[in-house]
Ligand binder design. Sequence first.
Ligand SMILES: N[C@@H](CCC(=O)N[C@@H](CS)C(=O)NCC(=O)O)C(=O)O
Length: 200
Amino acid sequence: MLTLYHAPNTRSVKVRWLLEEMGINYRLETRELQLGGGFHSQNVPGGKFPAVTDGDVVMNESAAIMEYILDRYGPAGLAPARDSSGWPLFLQWLHYAESTAFPVFQNIAFHSFQLAESMRAPVVVANETPWAKDILKHIDQQLAAGGYLLGSRFSAADIQLGFAVFMAQRIGLVDGYSHVAAWLQRLQQRPALARALAEP
Ligand SMILES: N[C@@H](CCC(=O)N[C@@H](CS)C(=O)NCC(=O)O)C(=O)O
């Protein structure tokens, strides 16, 4: 059975959310995120969250884990078929979350309030806030057609990017992006997300 190593408030929530959406049986191993131990120092296979084991498979990168689960345990209606015309766009948005969006939001959060005051560099916030706004505008335009990244159809890409944009919302960046705000509200209403956020 697939095991998800999970720490609350980390990216493992995304994988738990996907598993809940798909209705798959999985084993949940909950751990505390160890702060200050250095990157890759967590007490999980591969050293960071999310971690997934499935037989001999050990994976740590959230978008890759999503693709693996969809392939191995789908189809579940949460991604277009690989040989369909919708697949490239799905793949792009699935990877946009960690490759483009989250690092910018994370840097702003780090240098606004997460780091110790002596470590904060206001120049990072000043430099990256316009990028964050460009990213949110780009997402807003994509959502305008149907309310989800792939039009009117909810997909795993909404899970992956939605999680990043929830962080942007917490740091006050999404005001003025009406399609983004409505999308986050729709995502928040999904019972599978509530289950993914629940205490194990
Ligand atoms: N790009 C990776 C990032 C994974 C990552 O940095 N996870 C954080 C928690 S959200 C973590 O485990 N940090 C602690 C560490 O690496 O020691 C992914 O999407 O899975």
